[in-house]
Design a protein. Structure first.
Length: 286
């Protein structure tokens, strides 16, 4: 695919459905937009569903990903903002899985008028433990995962089981296929971007309604992180879904879709008011 192609085309963007509302799906690490396949037909009944593959993953043009540029989630947010502008997306509710959630937070800060709400799936503002804050991982554990990738060991298997735990075999198989398609150099760079990030200070600035979803048995994001997000976000609700693993929208779609529908029905129409966006905030405590 030529470099002159539109970014939407290069990121394998798919649009399904019609309507005034837009549901924008952003997947997580070593995943693809197919992770939202249980939500797409449901959401397409009431609006337009836009999904794409993050640079370096899925069916995105391999040349879009750059090791220096995509060494931070901010660059992934820049890609998302470019998509918002290129496709003129408005009245957006973002469904962000794992790293996709914080990418959405960053993009919503830059284009707040285009968003109506944010849905987090297994989200975390920081994965590393830090004093009283329990992110779920020690530095030693993260370094061990980096070494698996660098040495070409079975990091794919470790990641697949980390995301789904003892979940159903078909789901695990599909996730494993997505992970197998990721180049090791991409996995190494983006893993460091994710596990080295800390977006806790941004949470108090989020003025859109947020739905936080996760399971109680998530090997990547512990319960404490979901509760932390609920405390620090100004307009958030937290729902623990049944099942295990990091992708409840994929493994428990009926339960997730029911919670999602209730959240969408309660969303106020239209963008966040500028007065709310400029309200002074104080930094969150750990």
């Amino acid at each position: 695919m030529g470099k002159g192609a539109l970014l939407a085309q290069r990121l394998n963007t798919q649009v399904v459905g019609h309507g005034p509302r837009t549901f924008l799906c952003v997947h997580g690490f070593c995943s693809a937009q197919t992770a939202f396949r249980h939500q797409t037909p449901v959401l397409a009944r009431v609006g337009r569903v836009v999904s794409y593959d993050l640079a370096g993953f899925g069916q995105a043009d391999p040349d879009v990903w750059h090791p220096q540029r995509h060494a931070s989630l901010e660059s992934y947010a820049e890609d998302l903002v470019a998509l918002l502008d290129e496709l003129d997306l408005r009245r957006v509710t973002l469904l962000g899985a794992s790293m996709g959630a914080m990418i959405g937070v960053l993009a919503a800060q830059r284009r707040p008028e285009r968003f109506e709400g944010l849905v987090f799936i297994g989200a975390s503002p920081r994965y590393l433990d830090d004093g009283a804050y329990r992110g779920g991982f020690s530095e030693e554990q993260i370094e061990a995962f980096y070494h698996l990738i660098e040495r070409g060991q079975d990091w794919r298997g470790a990641l697949g089981h980390m995301m789904l735990g003892q979940s159903v075999s078909l789901a695990l198989q599909e996730v494993a296929e997505n992970v197998r398609g990721v180049r090791p150099e991409v996995a190494g760079v983006v893993a460091r971007a994710i596990f080295g990030s800390d977006y806790r200070t941004l949470l108090a600035q989020v003025r859109h309604p947020v739905l936080i979803t996760q399971t109680r048995a998530d090997s990547v994001v512990p319960e404490a992180v979901g509760r932390y997000l609920q405390r620090q976000l100004p307009h958030a609700q937290l729902v623990f879904l049944p099942g295990v693993g990091h992708l409840p929208n994929f493994t428990e779609p009926e339960a997730f879709n029911e919670v999602l529908e209730a959240f969408l029905l309660a969303l106020p129409p239209g963008p966040v008011q500028p007065a709310l966006l400029t309200r002074p905030t104080s930094p969150p405590a750990c």
